[in-house]
Design a protein around this ligand. Structure first.
Ligand code: ADP
Ligand code: MG
Length: 945
């Protein structure tokens, strides 16, 4: 866009100012009709203002916005420059290769005889149903000798005091009382659904029932149970628990396998606890699961994407494997739906036992606390149309009914009628907490559920500032998955005598963490979770009303040791119309990873397969993910895996980090990229701190001015690995040692896999052979950019960003770029953006134009007002002369050929050879590096927008 010549830039761009000012004058003259009096005049102004805001002007607004966006799309965002000598040199390199490039043109032909060909071509051609059909029911013979061995071992166990001691405990579990029923039902049906309250003994008992039954019948050699868990941590702890109940150590009849860690049980007559992800890996090589006799899918009510996906795949598998037993286990919620999905499979519910919990609702709490809602409640829950409708249809009639019944004071009725009574209000929570602590003398722990970290901080601050919760009488413990685990250990210890424990937590304490001594629960009524906005194509993370299932689970937390109390900060009528369950994850999250998985399992076209899910995702959402995978080069136009996509789908990390890993090995800068990919695929090693200022300082110190959250991840891992005292290093920089050591293992796992794929020649993440360029941080940033593309942000002014599609965005406070004042480039890439208060970019790396010119898609040249430019992604424009554009175009073509050849012929590159490929790659690296080092001349930038 041309710089406006006048000093004050015209905010309305091309818009006709003359017309606007006349319109304004005319409206300004408008007066209310003279017959109106008093309040009616006020109403007239209100109506007019509303019409101005939303009324007739919308069409014109749209038009204006389109014009403004079109002009932004013409904005020059950087420069692509080549000196004349450099151009000539590169053209010469390109010429040298002209003769050889034809050999690579048809690289699929060239694959013949390679191991890769066998695997890859098999993959794009086959489908899972052929494999399943080929499975012939082998008549399995049992091994009599082994059967007797296992039988004798089991009989002997019954006299082992360790075993009998545990058995006493097990006999009190509700599941044990139903043992015969459970075993019979499983023996008589291929699929059964078992439900029961948390703690009734599903996870620890059911697999043992099956195994013991087969061993006692002297058929142990034919029994192999796999039990899946949604989380790594539960797979290990359950395996340990079950082994100790059987008076064994891990590795005999019980074992576990999770990503990066395993302790396998014996082959036969055994139970393996593993994550859902591991089961998928097994199915990739053997979809019929030949070695398995019983498959127990646990905690399926959580409705995470992989569980939902597995349930669907298995529906097909059991048609061919008639001897495979499938046991679906869930909490009581919604278990009928699973039975229905499997053609009304028999369903058995285990009645559980918990102490009664008395429930109070908002009206009761207002009566107790005399709390009054102020007009300016800090956090207002954004209400939508459905909410307004339910307010008039259910809530208001309910309040009128309360009034008629006269059970609550008029004060309460008036407060309920205020619309802000249904918003999240931290002052109300605080007021109730004070009421509970000061009025009742019980010393049981109090568990407060709030939506997010900032709410935890607010409540802690209020309690501290009030002086009413002195440390000698109260221990206040915040729980959040990203808070350091040292603080969290206090959670489980009972409070010292005379002190009362107050735990302030997100929904993590609903199921993942169990605190036994809780007797009082405060349910704020809200929960934070991700949803996918299909119009914007953006995920958002915001507080939503809880579902009844969440509310009941929260209530249950108060009755584990004795009768308890639960306060729901919701009007009772609102509680009654809450959704029954939370939406399954597959309807709320992006689907790239699932699509890659289903391609790897050869399940056919994404849309038609995903339509079979229990709750099929929106077609738009599938389409969005397929399109992104196509842009990343993972799928071709027929939605088949490309060679690159085939490699990507096999790496246990999201699509974009996977691509980054492959490019990192090809460009020989793997070490930093391993850290970045592991962090992005797992979680942030930086912890939240109640003292955010010093945490921010520490981060900036470690970042050393690099303007990249991703390089910062690399610095954190490298610093940790190189420090002599890892613990002290982590303390200093607010890092989680636990997360870092897992990231370290993931780096090793990625390196092992890349080595198996033949991209690198040895397993060491830091070996010199694949780290020739790791010191070149400019190149590392370019590879990060290539991996994260097309997630681009454009810096508008100061801290304001926009996406390529013109959505306004800003940096999340945890990104180090949010503290930056000077930006050498207008462009950057990110991995995660979430809608919270506006769209926030959580992690960012500033990049210059060359990396985008090489790795961006949809490259075109153009001319505007006699100025030549190139554009990528349809909207990102760089100033570039015609002759330079031509050279860049040729270089891009050549780079594509080289990369395509590399992914189809994986093998380490010999950088020492003076081949034309190497010359081109070196030229690319040199351009990227020198631009990043020089820091672009800012006079090229047009800041008028
Ligand atoms: P469910 O799967 O039905 O929720 P579990 O089988 O996990 O129940 O647990 C049953 C009971 O076994 C629990 O109530 C608890 O008392 C006990 N239990 C489970 N895991 C452990 C463990 N790791 N350590 C001690 N006790 C445990
Ligand atoms: Mg369980």
């Amino acid at each position: 866009m041309k710089r406006s010549t006048a000093g004050n830039s015209n905010k309305w761009g091309m818009y006709d100012r003359e017309q606007e000012s006349t319109g304004f004058r005319k409206r300004f003259k408008e007066r209310p009709p003279p017959e109106l009096r008093g309040k009616a005049i006020g109403l007239w102004y209100a109506a007019r203002n509303k019409a101005r805001r939303y009324g007739n002007s919308t069409e014109r607004d749209k038009e204006m916005r389109a014009k403004r966006q079109a002009s932004l799309d013409r904005q020059i965002l950087g420069t692509i420059q080549l000196s004349e000598t450099k151009k000539q040199k590169i053209l010469q390199y390109l010429d040298e290769t002209a003769s050889t490039s034809t050999e690579i043109d048809n690289f699929y032909n060239d694959l013949k005889g390679l191991e890769f060909e066998h695997n890859f071509l098999n993959h794009i051609n086959g489908n899972i149903y052929d494999k399943l059909k080929r499975y012939t029911q082998e008549l399995r013979d049992n091994d009599e000798q082994l059967d007797t061995l296992y039988y004798d071992e089991f009989v002997k166990k019954k006299n082992d005091p360790n075993y009998t001691e545990m058995l006493k405990f097990r006999h009190n579990l509700p599941a044990m009382k139903m043992k015969t029923k459970i075993v019979d039902l499983i023996n008589q049906n291929q699929v059964v659904v078992i439900s029961g309250e948390t703690g009734c003994g599903k996870t620890t008992q059911v697999a043992q029932f099956i195994l013991d039954d087969w061993v006692e019948k002297k058929r142990g050699s034919l029994c192999k149970v796999i039990c899946t868990q949604p989380r790594r941590i539960s797979a290990i702890s359950v395996a340990e628990r079950v082994a100790s109940e059987r008076a064994e150590s891990l590795g005999q009849s019980v074992g576990y396998q999770i990503r990066l860690e395993k302790h396998l049980p014996r082959q036969k007559a055994s139970i393996l606890f593993c994550t859902t992800g591991i089961l998928l890996k097994y199915m990739e090589s053997d979809p019929t699961l030949q070695q398995v006799s019983h498959l127990v899918l646990d905690e399926i009510h959580e409705r995470d994407v992989i569980s939902d996906f597995l349930i669907t795949v298995l529906r097909d598998v059991i048609k061919y494997r008639k001897d495979l037993k499938v046991i679906l286990m869930s909490a009581t919620i919604n278990s009928e739906a699973f039975s229905k999905y499997y053609g009304n499979a028999p369903h058995l519910n285990i009645p559980g036992f918990t102490y009664p919990v008395k429930e109070y609702f908002l009206e009761d709490v207002l009566q107790m606390t005399k709390f009054s809602f102020q007009k300016s409640a800090k956090k207002i829950f954004r209400k939508d149309q459905d909410f307004e409708k339910s307010r008039t249809e259910y809530i208001e009639p309910y309040i009128r009914q309360l009034k008629a019944e006269n059970k609550y004071g008029m004060f309460v009725i008036n407060e309920l009628l205020k619309p802000q009574s249904e918003s999240l209000n931290m002052h109300l929570i605080y007021s109730l907490l004070e009421h509970i602590c000061l009025k009742d003398k019980d010393d049981g722990a109090i568990l407060v559920f709030v939506p997010g970290f900032s709410d935890i901080q607010d409540l802690c601050k209020m309690a501290r500032n009030s002086g009413k919760f002195p440390p000698h009488s109260f221990i206040i413990i915040p729980i959040h998955s990203q808070l350091s685990s040292i603080d969290q250990r206090q959670i489980f210890n009972p409070a010292p005598k005379g002190k009362r424990k107050i735990i302030i937590s997100t929904n993590i304490a609903e199921t993942s963490i169990t605190i036994d001594d809780v007797t009082t629960v405060i349910n704020c009524g809200f929960i934070k979770y991700k949803t996918l906005d299909l119009e914007m194509g953006c995920e958002s993370l915001k507080p939503h009303l809880v579902s009844q299932a969440n509310a009941n689970q929260r209530r249950g937390r108060a009755g584990r040791v004795k009768p308890g109390v639960c306060y729901h900060l919701l009007i009772r009528a609102r509680y009654e119309i809450l959704d029954k369950f939370m939406q399954p994850e597959v309807l709320r999250e992006r689907l790239e990873d699932v699509v890659l998985q289903l391609k790897l399992l050869q399940l056919g076209e994404a849309e038609s397969f995903l339509a079979n899910l229990m709750d099929p995702p929106d077609k738009k959402s599938v389409h969005m993910s397929v399109t992104l995978l196509h842009r990343l080069g993972a799928l071709d136009t027929n939605e088949n895996l490309t060679p690159l996509g085939y490699h990507m789908s096999r790496l246990p990390v999201g699509a974009q980090p996977a691509k980054m890993l492959i490019l990192g090995s090809l460009f020989s800068c793997l070490d930093p990229i391993l850290s970045v990919a592991a962090s992005l695929g797992f979680k942030d090693a930086f912890q939240l701190s109640m003292d955010s200022t010093s945490a921010d300082h520490a981060k900036l110190e470690l970042a050393d001015g690099c303007k990249s959250d991703h390089l910062l991840m690399h610095f954190a891992v490298r610093g940790y690995e190189e420090s002599t005292n890892g613990y002290a290093f982590c303390r200093k920089y607010y890092l989680s040692e636990n997360t870092l050591s897992l990231i370290k293992s993931m780096r090793q796992q990625f390196a092992d896999m890349l080595c198996d794929m033949n991209f690198i020649e040895n397993h060491s993440p830091r070996a010199a052979s694949h780290n020739r360029n790791s010191q070149n941080l400019s190149l590392v940033k370019a590879i990060i950019c290539a991996g994260l593309y097309p997630n681009i942000f454009i810096i508008k002014k100061h801290y304001l960003l926009r996406s390529v599609m013109h959505e306004p965005m800003k940096f999340h406070p945890k990104s180090i770029l949010s503290k930056e004042t000077h930006f050498e480039s207008k462009l950057g890439v990110y991995h995660t953006r979430l809608m919270t208060q506006g769209i926030q970019v959580h992690d960012a790396t500033l990049v210059h134009s060359w990396p985008l010119a090489f790795f961006g898609d949809d490259f075109h040249e153009g001319i505007d007002n006699h100025h030549h430019f190139v554009v990528i992604s349809k909207k990102i424009r760089f100033k570039c002369s015609k002759s330079t554009a031509n050279v860049v175009k040729l270089m891009r073509e050549r780079l594509n050929e080289i990369l395509n050849f590399m992914v189809t012929h994986p093998g380490p590159i010999n950088w020492d050879q003076n081949t034309s490929d190497n010359k081109i790659l070196s030229a690319i690296i040199e351009l990227i590096t020198s631009q990043d080092m020089d820091h672009l001349d800012l006079s090229d930038f047009d800041d008028s927008n």
